[in-house]
Design a protein around this ligand. Structure first.
Ligand code: NDP
Length: 234
């Protein structure tokens, strides 16, 4: 059996590409989804990252099936875009609760097992907009910037236990999340990206696979942009 990997929101989009890549690299991979519906070729557990009990139950199931989680990919995320003047408070707190507090919940549940094993990799999926900013996405950008502070603090806290914590910051990727953008907004985005295109989800998965691999063993507290140059390495 390969290393025990859990990818939150790995049932579709970027998370699915990450899960498939880590499985192809020889790991034992489980993905979470809120429905618990099967995903071809991967084990699935039901989990809502807004609920600590649901997170705990999902981890217990994974531990029984494939051992304590050694590689955690905190990928689950949502958007609720709106200009600040019009943004209701629950649009702000819902996005923070899923994207940032959800990442805290899964990291907290994973850390005990990793500390016992004295090894582990935590990889948080942020976004270019966390550091770049994005009009109409104050909630989302704040949640994604928060992941950087979370990961860097965990890198400091857990380094002595052989646990790394890193962030992957994708630019714009073809997925359900970006399918809702208008053609005008998509053209605007592509115009600002030096590589002049969206990323494929597999290109994000490649950076995650590196951080999870032996080659990534001395990398911690890093933010790896996979954004076609949009953030110029920030
Ligand atoms: P999708 O909208 O395609 O998928 C979102 C995933 O998150 C789904 O698997 C969904 O599960 C899961 N999810 C949402 N809410 C919860 C919750 N409360 N509990 C558990 N799982 C949840 O998004 P992408 O694949 O595009 O995005 C994946 C990650 O990458 C996100 O964190 C996103 O912010 C980030 N990202 C995306 C970019 C893009 O351009 N697409 C760019 C930069 C970052 P379910 O199927 O159950 O709803």
């Amino acid at each position: 059996m390969g290393r025990s990997v859990l990818v939150t929101g790995g049932n579709r989009g970027i998370g699915l590409a990450i899960a498939q890549r880590l499985a192809a690299d020889g790991n034992s991979v489980t993905v979470t989804s809120r429905s618990g519906e099967p995903v071809e070729g991967l084990s699935v557990v039901k989990c809502d990252v807004r609920d600590a009990e649901s997170v705990d139950a999902a981890f217990t199931e994974v531990e029984q099936a494939q051992g304590p989680v050694e590689v955690l990919v905190a990928n689950a995320g949502i958007t609720k875009d709106q200009l600040l003047a019009l943004m209701k408070e629950d649009a702000f707190t819902d996005v923070l609760d899923t994207n940032l507090v959800g990442a805290y919940r899964v990291a907290k549940r994973a850390v005990r097992g990793m500390m016992k094993m004295r090894r582990g990799r935590m990889i948080f999926i942020s976004s270019v907009v966390g550091l770049y900013g994005s009009g109409g996405q104050a909630n989302y950008a704040a949640s994604k910037a928060g992941l950087v502070g979370l990961a860097r603090s965990l890198a400091r806290e857990l380094g002595s236990r052989g646990i790394t914590a890193n962030v992957v910051a994708p630019g714009f990727v073809e997925s359900d999340m970006t399918a809702v953008l208008s053609e005008e907004r998509k053209a605007q985005i592509i115009g600002a990206v030096p590589l002049g295109r969206y990323a494929a989800a597999d290109e994000v998965a490649g950076a995650v696979a590196f951080l999870a691999s032996p080659d990534g063993g001395y990398v911690t507290g890093a933010v790896i942009p996979v954004d076609g140059g949009l953030g110029m390495g920030h």
